[in-house]
Design a binder for this molecule. Structure first.
Ligand code: SF4
Length: 330
C-alpha cells in the first residue's frame, strides 16, 4: 500500500515544487503527483524529476497535448480522465505514447464530472454510475491495446465512495488508487478520510492511497500513515497515545503530548508511547504502552508496561523520555 500526495505549489515553480516534494519525502510520501495545467508545467517535470527520488505522476485535465508533453518530460505515470481529454483519437494518441514508453495511466473518475448519461440513467450521482463510468474508460483503453492501468473513483460523499469501491473491486482487475476527494480541512478531512479509507481498505480494497486535505500536504502523509497503522496495514514508527485529560490532570498535558508527537516523528522504532496526565491512574492506564510518562505536580514518572521505573522532576519528563527512546534497542 503506497502513500501518495499531491503538491500544491505551482508546478512551473520548479524550486518551490522540489522543496515541497523533499518535505513530503521526508514525511513518508511514496508517490507524488503534480498538476500539469500548462506546457511550462509539463516541461518543468524533467527538472523536478532529477531532484527527487519518488515516482512522479502528472495530473492532466482537458488537454491531451499536456499528457504527451508530460510523458516526454519524464512523468512516471499520468493521471487522466478520458472523459475530458477529448475525442477517441486524442485519447488514442496519449495511449500510444504511454504504450511506447511503458508509462502507466491512471484513469480517474470524479463524482463532480460524472457523464450525463450516468446521471440520467440513475437520476443522480450514484456509486453504480461512478463504477460503471470508470469501467467504461478502462474498456476504452483496453480496446486500444493497453493494460498498464490504475483506476480511481473519487467522491466527497463517503458512503457513496465506499460503495463505489466495493462495486468496482468486484469487476476491475487493475490496481485501485483510493481516496475521499474534497475531504476538507485538517480535522474534517482527516475524519472523513479515516472513515472512508478505513471502510474501503478494511475490505482488502486499494493499492495506493491519498488523504486529500485542504492544507499543507505533509499533513496528508501524517494522516495516511496513521490510518494505515490503525488498520494494521503498516508497521513501524512510534505510536503516541495520550490520555484525554480530566479533572485529575496535574500538568499541561496537551502541550506535552504535542511535544512528544513532534519528538518521535520520523523515529524508526516500532513501539507505543503513552503520555498520561496524572501519577495516580497514569501508570495503570498506560499498561498497554511499551513506555510512558505520567506527569504530576512537580514530579513525573517514567513507566514501562504499566510499571513505574523512575521518578523524575516534571520538567525533565520530555528529556528523559527522549533518552529512553534513543537507547531503546541497546
Ligand atoms: S491518566 Fe489521570 S489525568 Fe489522564 S484521564 Fe486518566 S485519570 Fe485523568
Amino acid at each position: 500500500m503506497a502513500i501518495q500526495s499531491m503538491t500544491n505549489t505551482r508546478t512551473e515553480d520548479i524550486a518551490g515544487t522540489i522543496q515541497q516534494i523533499h518535505r513530503l519525502e521526508k514525511a513518508g510520501c511514496e508517490i507524488i503527483r503534480c498538476a500539469v495545467p500548462t506546457m511550462e508545467a509539463a516541461r518543468a517535470l524533467s527538472s523536478i524529476k532529477q531532484e527527487i527520488s519518488i515516482p512522479l505522476v502528472a495530473d492532466i485535465h482537458f488537454d491531451y497535448r499536456l499528457a504527451l508533453a508530460a510523458m516526454e518530460n519524464g512523468a512516471d505515470k499520468i493521471r487522466i480522465n478520458p472523459g475530458n481529454i477529448g475525442d477517441a483519437d486524442r485519447v488514442r494518441q496519449v495511449v500510444e505514447a504511454a504504450k511506447e514508453k511503458k508509462i502507466p495511466i491512471r484513469i480517474g473518475v470524479n463524482s463532480g464530472s460524472l457523464e450525463k448519461k450516468y446521471l440520467e440513467a440513475y437520476r443522480q450521482v450514484t456509486a453504480k454510475g461512478l463504477a460503471e463510468s470508470a469501467m467504461e474508460k478502462v474498456r476504452l483503453i483496453e480496446e486500444m491495446g493497453y493494460d498498464q492501468l490504475v483506476v480511481s473513483i473519487k467522491s466527497s460523499n463517503v458512503k457513496m465512495c465506499v460503495e463505489a469501491h466495493r462495486q468496482i473491486a468486484q469487476v476491475c482487475p487493475y490496481p485501485l488508487h483510493v481516496g475521499i476527494t474534497e475531504a476538507g480541512t485538517l480535522q474534517a478531512g482527516s475524519i472523513k478520510s479515516a472513515i472512508g479509507l478505513g471502510l474501503i481498505l478494511d475490505q482488502g480494497i486499494g493499492d495506493t492511497i491519498r488523504v486529500s486535505l485542504t492544507g499543507d500536504p505533509v499533513e496528508e502523509i501524517r494522516a495516511a500513515k496513521l490510518i494505515l497503522k490503525t488498520l494494521g496495514l503498516r508497521k513501524g514508527g512510534v505510536e503516541v497515545v495520550a490520555c484525554p485529560t480530566c479533572g485529575r490532570t496535574q500538568i499541561d498535558l496537551i502541550r506535552l503530548a504535542n511535544q512528544v508527537e513532534e519528538m518521535v516523528d520520523g523515529m524508526e522504532l516500532d513501539i507505543k508511547v503513552a503520555v498520561m496526565g496524572c501519577v495516580v491512574n497514569g501508570p495503570g492506564e498506560a499498561r498497554e504502552a511499551d513506555i510512558g510518562i505520567a506527569g504530576g505536580r512537580g514530579e513525573g514518572l517514567l513507566i514501562r508496561k504499566g510499571q513505574v521505573v523512575r521518578k523524575v522532576r516534571e520538567e525533565e519528563l520530555l528529556a528523559v523520555l527522549k533518552e529512553e527512546l534513543e537507547h531503546w534497542n541497546e
